[in-house]
Design a binder for this molecule. Structure first.
Ligand code: SF4
Length: 245
């Protein structure tokens, strides 16, 4: 039974216990995908960008140039894919920089971890940046750099956002804590803050999910609509590719 778990692992279990087993317990290799290479490059560029702003508040680095520096072209299948992904990444970051939400109002921290006990497991989550906003809220920003579109159900059932909100509310009991997801490729900002009552209910549900995970021996499949984007589908015997689901 795991003693500690990343929020992303619990999220995976929530969506498909079978995928959790293949990815985290058996540690089978995930499918190489251009979108994951792009997402990693965007994440690295944004972290570097806000770290530099943290070090000097007057500094406004060129985000697209940073992306070009950190993007790992060796992970691409060929030069054509590399050029295509670089172009998509630069375009996404230019769009994101035009959003007001991309400009930190008062940056307090970058790349911070928070952890919370959920049932039998301690779950950790990472926030990309923490800001003090003009409206006096303490706002945690989670960058979402993948191509999966934002949707209300996913935002509502986000594990990392709940861990972050609960952790910050404990650390800063007098602050008005907000959590935002910034979907970089889509140029969308989602406020995923829950009311205290909603947060309590969701954390209690997650505690039960963590308890199920700790005791699970079957690892049943999850919602079949997620299979088409599953990075370990080639290892899945429950719903193999071309198996009719
Ligand atoms: S293919 Fe579907 S059922 Fe199998 S591990 Fe992936 S998401 Fe789960």
């Amino acid at each position: 039974m795991p003693q500690t778990l990343a929020a992303s692992a619990l999220q995976t279990y929530l969506e498909c216990p079978q995928r959790y087993r293949l990815q985290y317990l058996e540690q089978l290799p995930r499918r190489r995908s251009g979108s994951r290479v792009l997402a990693q490059g965007l994440q690295a560029a944004l972290t570097e960008y806000y770290l530099r702003i943290m070090q000097s508040s007057d500094c406004r680095p060129d985000l697209s140039a940073l992306f070009d520096q950190v993007f790992d072209g060796r992970a691409c299948s060929d030069s054509w894919e590399e050029e295509r992904l670089r172009r998509r990444g630069r375009e996404a970051l230019v769009r994101y920089q035009q959003l007001r939400a991309s400009q930190p109002q008062h940056l307090l921290a970058v790349d911070l971890q928070r952890a919370l006990q959920l049932g039998p497991v301690r779950v950790s989550a990472r926030l990309d940046r923490l800001e003090q906003r003009a409206n006096a809220s303490l706002t945690a920003v989670l960058h979402r750099t993948g191509s999966r579109p934002a949707d209300a159900t996913a935002a509502e059932h986000n594990v990392a956002a709940a861990v972050i909100q609960a952790g910050l509310s404990t650390d800063f009991p007098d602050a008005r804590v907000k959590v935002e997801q910034h979907h970089i490729q889509q140029g969308i900002v989602w406020d995923v803050t829950k009311s205290p009552d909603e947060l309590d209910v969701w954390l209690a549900e997650l505690g039960q999910v963590a308890a199920r995970l700790a005791a699970d021996e079957e690892f049943p499949p999850g919602d079949s609509s997620l299979c088409c984007s599953c990075p370990v589908r080639r290892h899945c015997k429950v719903r193999p590719k071309g198996g009719g689901n």
